[in-house]
Design a protein around this ligand. Structure first.
Ligand code: KG4
Ligand code: ZN
Length: 390
């Protein structure tokens, strides 16, 4: 985790102020006809070989990355806020937004330092502007717009969900499209037919809780703390995955949808019967470990089965998986076994690229190639808007 300090923050702030003043002066001298001129993408500075600076602040990780248009990642810095939210048992949006404000500039500074480049070397700014917590997103989007304005470089808006799939493309180091894409994060569980890096048809999604959300809620029920996914995984390693019979929604159903809220309730009932609304967490021991292992197996079984079904339905022999739950080792092992069995290729990023980061915003390179720039009135859009069918 990056430890931030004032010195790093000051450097970026000074540079930003210097550029901001210079840009304003140059704007004034260009006798603008109206404020809408500010919304035009600035493309003059970007040329082949230029570098991208990306920003991610959609939830509780403050992240920045520098990459080239190959794309090749030069640096990826992530400041996790886990310590701030742990005592609340979940992400507190207001706390997250404030922490992003404090940490973003130092994190950007560190990303530039690790990439061994200066702000002046950046030819394009990329930012995750959707989906996420609105206050959190706003911090990144505002910073990105300010940087694009003062550096006079283009701004590119990146969809966080598309970024999670692109992390698999980055890790592969080659084209992986077309493929079936599965995003399993704290807020989303969605299956796509990914025609290319930016054209996704939705095949199905969760009707209630996301897979990561189910991990977090079950972790809370079992008293395993926050963040829930890694805690359940650790606990499950001590337990028997066949010890408790738990439901697997839609497992034998044609539809490619998911539902995890019944599974969470089943864990609650297995823990304390149906009478108690919220039992005390179980003590460490066999019951707790068995419940964690059985729950994890139920989630993995469904995710793997639906991914197999999606590949068979689309005829695609490639599966790309991204999002925090893809960091789960049991899930990864089950995916490997399934894809081997199907004679298909599996693309899953390394663990640190599954959870939120800014390097996955390298999908901006694909948008750059299509000249898909954002205007400087770009908004933070908290809700996820499913892609229109292609
Ligand atoms: O993609 P991500 O970092 O943030 C969102 O975009 O939501 O995903 C976070 C989610 C959390 O729900 C977390 O509990 C889950 O991913 N997660 C895991 C593991 N690591 C993170 N779930 C299961 N096993 C893990 N090892
Ligand atoms: Zn995410």
């Amino acid at each position: 985790m990056y430890q931030y300090g004032e010195t790093a923050a000051d450097t970026t702030r000074e540079m930003a102020q210097k550029h901001f003043k210079a840009s304003l002066d140059s704007l004034k001298s260009r006798s603008l006809n109206g404020p809408w001129k500010l919304c035009l993408p600035q493309t003059s500075r970007f040329h082949q070989g230029s570098l991208f600076l990306a920003i991610e602040t959609s939830c509780d990780e403050t992240a920045a990355a520098v990459f080239s248009d190959e794309p090749r990642i030069l640096s990826s810095v992530i400041a996790s806020q886990t310590d701030l939210h742990a005592r609340f048992g979940g992400v507190v949006p207001e706390v997250a937004a404030r922490a992003h404000l404090q940490r973003l500039l130092p994190v950007i500074d560190e990303a530039l330092r690790q990439a061994n480049v200066r702000l002046e070397d950046i030819g394009c700014i990329a930012v995750h502007n959707t989906p996420g917590l609105v206050g959190a997103l706003l911090v990144g989007v505002s910073a990105a717009k300010m940087l694009a304005l003062v550096l006079e470089v283009p701004l590119i808006a990146v969809n966080h969900i598309e970024g999670h799939i692109y992390a698999a493309r980055l890790a592969a180091g080659r084209d992986i499209f077309p493929c079936v894409g599965l995003v399993v994060s704290g807020g989303h569980t969605v299956l796509f037919h990914c025609r290319d890096a930016l054209r996704f048809d939705m095949l199905g999604g969760t009707l209630d809780d996301a897979a990561g959300e189910a991990f977090d809620k079950v972790a809370s029920l079992l008293g395993l703390g926050f963040p829930g996914g890694p805690a359940v995984e650790r606990e499950a390693a001590q337990g028997d995955p066949s010890a408790v019979q738990l439901p697997r929604a839609f497992l034998h159903d044609e539809r490619l949808d998911f539902s995890f809220s019944g599974l969470k309730t089943a864990v609650l009932y297995a823990l304390a019967g149906q009478s108690q609304p919220r039992p005390a967490p179980p003590p460490p021991g066999k019951q707790r470990a068995d419940l964690a292992a059985s729950f994890q197996k139920a989630v993995v079984d469904v995710l793997v089965a639906k991914s197999r079904q999606a590949m068979r339905r689309t005829g695609l022999k490639r599966l790309a998986v991204g999002g925090g739950v893809a960091a789960n080792r049991s899930f990864r092992a089950a995916l490997e076994a399934m894809t081997r069995d199907e004679g298909a290729e599996l693309f899953v990023p390394p663990l640190a690229m599954c959870t939120d980061n800014a390097a996955m915003a390298a999908v901006a390179v694909e948008k750059w190639r299509r000249q898909d720039w954002a205007a400087l009135d770009l908004e933070a859009v908290p809700a996820w808007i499913p892609p229109a069918p292609t």
